[in-house]
Design a protein around this ligand. Structure first.
Ligand SMILES: [Zn+2]
Length: 280
């Protein structure tokens, strides 16, 4: 079975991978990943995401400040993130958003840092990767206003962004899709109690879905208690295919194309071209 997979959200630049980052990347390739988007959560991790993207052709970078880290931002660090967002090696502004579950930064500070980065994304015309945890009532109106102002798509026609680790129900998912967003299905879709997420994964059109691991966090059911890594995105794809009654290869192919479309990467990139030559 030759799959083409894309992990739309990882943090493989983080210290949890310092001992085996190269072999984790090799395992992801063995599993069929043609790429992964590595997200920053603050200035330092955004810079290391860019450095990794520079070094590895199948790593793409996002620069941004996570809501947990919003309390540590100042004008200098926001300006640095703005400069990184302009960098051609950065495909996405993220991870940004609101987290009213862990509340590691005050709500008003999270909102200020979110809106500053939405402005950045608009200015550089790049999509956002949005984190929303127990915060959609506050988050949605900001995203709605931002998206409507931009006409629901980026100037080059790309989606406005992706709802990372989507945790809402299918009605909320459809409201974000109407604003030009993709919905990312995390590998927690494999958990026995993930009925709401499983319904989202089963019923939305495939052309709005991407998949992710959020490595090193949130391993799939088969790896509970372990560190997560990008290779395990396969388990999300297998589960989604089973829920939808579709072929695994098709779910892999379409979610990968959706991720490449979001990033503005043509599907003629080297790894894909090699795979196509191999098939013909
Ligand atoms: Zn993340």
């Amino acid at each position: 079975m030759s799959l083409q997979l894309f992990d739309s959200h990882s943090h493989i630049q983080m210290s949890q991978f310092d001992a085996d980052r190269t072999s984790a990347l090799a395992r992801s390739r063995d599993a069929g990943l043609i790429g992964q988007l590595v997200l920053g959560t603050d200035v330092a991790s955004s810079e290391s995401a860019v450095a990794l993207a520079e070094a590895e052709t199948d790593v793409y970078a996002a620069a941004g400040c996570h809501p947990h880290d919003a309390k540590d931002m100042d004008e200098t660090s926001l300006a640095r993130l703005r400069t990184l967002a302009e960098d051609p090696r950065v495909n996405v502004v993220g991870e940004i958003g609101l987290d009213f579950y862990r509340n590691l930064s005050p709500h008003d500070v999270q909102i200020e840092v979110l809106n500053r980065q939405l402005e950045t994304a608009a200015e550089v015309a790049k999509p956002v990767s949005l984190h929303g945890r127990e915060a959609h009532e506050a988050l949605f109106p900001f995203i709605e206003k931002w998206s409507l102002r931009m006409g629901g798509k980026l100037p080059d026609g790309r989606p406005m962004g992706v709802m990372h680790y989507f945790d809402g129900n299918i009605d909320l998912a459809r409201r974000y899709i109407d604003l030009g967003f993709l919905i990312s299905i995390h590998c927690s879709v494999t958990y026995p109690k993930a009925a709401t997420l499983q319904q989202v994964a089963a019923e939305l059109p495939l052309d709005v879905l991407v998949v992710e691991t959020d490595s090193p966090y949130g391993p799939p059911q088969s790896q509970r208690g372990q560190r997560n890594e990008p290779a395990y995105v396969t388990e999300a794809v297998v589960k989604i295919a089973q829920l939808r009654g579709e072929k695994i290869e098709r779910v892999a192919e379409v979610t990968t194309q959706n991720a490449l479309r979001l990033l503005g990467v043509s599907s003629g990139q080297p790894t894909l071209a090699t795979a196509e030559r191999g098939a013909s």
